[in-house]
Write a protein that binds this ligand. Structure first.
Ligand code: ADP
Ligand code: ASP
Ligand code: MG
Length: 254
């Protein structure tokens, strides 16, 4: 099976119009005969708002309830994407992490994905369906909802790519690739067409939020090809690959 994992960040699903665009992107991969697994974050601003609410309810809001609360934004976004795909005649449904299930270990608020059950998703892909899976969420061995740390949907997408042996993991965001510095701050930032995990890791760990640091570590560990693209434009993005695969030696990087 030629599987691709498409991850949409909060900025890509931040409005109804943007979600409609996301459905178009997914449809194009289907046309190219890919089996598509979609991972979505919450609509932008939603998770921050939920965190704020938890603080307003209690100064020491229970960490178990924090995970139930702040992971709820992903449910909304996934349902809207799947609903739009169904409207466009594509077989699709949303999957909450516990329905897959995506198992995690470790403490609430900062769990780690350690196992993903493939059976139901594989069956659904074979039936021609597009599963739209919540990023950021998991379930622990006590059947409680967990979250994997802020910005964690990138890591969810990488772990799904690993377990389903995806050809690549495409991270759709609001910039058309990884730049030498944040293009929203520095007008002289240059887009990097291809870079190594090591270079990306250095950028992520020095604060570039375009990719979540742990997700880059996981991609590197599992040798997964990552691509960063904009969901708003058709520009060519950035490939993040193993150093050995880098053909161009003169890479402009931060
Ligand atoms: P998403 O909602 O898709 O997860 P994020 O806001 O987490 O998006 O990450 C995308 C943002 O990362 C961009 O809007 C950009 O401002 C910022 N950013 C920081 N450093 C870089 C960089 N080196 N290259 C590209 N974008 C960067
Ligand atoms: N919605 C979550 C957050 O805002 C996860 C993510 O965006 O990746 O942290
Ligand atoms: Mg992000």
């Amino acid at each position: 099976m030629k599987i691709v994992v498409l991850k949409f960040g909060g900025t890509s699903v931040g409005s109804i119009d943007k979600i409609k665009k996301v459905a178009e992107i997914i449809k194009n991969y289907k046309k190219k005969k890919y089996k598509v697994i979609v991972v979505s974050s919450a609509m932008s601003g939603v998770t921050n708002d939920l965190v704020k609410k938890s603080k307003e309810i209690s100064e020491n809001f229970s960490k178990e309830e924090y995970d139930v609360l702040v992971s709820s934004g992903e449910q909304v976004a996934c349902s809207l994407i799947a609903g739009r795909l169904v409207y466009k005649g594509i077989k699709s449904r949303s999957w909450l992490a516990w329905q897959v299930p995506i198992f995690t270990t470790g403490s609430h608020k900062n769990s780690r994905i350690n196992l993903i059950n493939k059976n139901k998703i594989i069956k659904y892909l074979k039936e021609g369906g597009v599963p739209v899976i919540t990023g950021f969420q998991g379930i622990n061995n006590e059947h409680r909802i967990t979250t994997i740390g802020r910005g964690g949907s990138d890591a969810s997408a990488i772990m799904l790519s690993k377990f389903f042996s995806a050809e690549r993991c495409v991270i759709y965001t609001d910039v058309d690739g990884v730049y030498t510095t944040d293009p929203n701050i520095d007008q002289n930032a240059k887009k990097i067409s291809k870079m190594s995990y090591e270079e990306m890791l250095e950028m992520a760990s020095t604060g570039s939020k375009v990719l979540h640091t742990r997700s880059v570590e996981l991609a590197m560990k599992n040798n997964l090809t990552l691509q960063v693209l904009s969901s708003l434009t058709k520009e060519t993005g950035t490939f993040i690959v193993d150093e050995k695969e880098l053909i161009e030696k003169e890479i402009v990087s931060g």
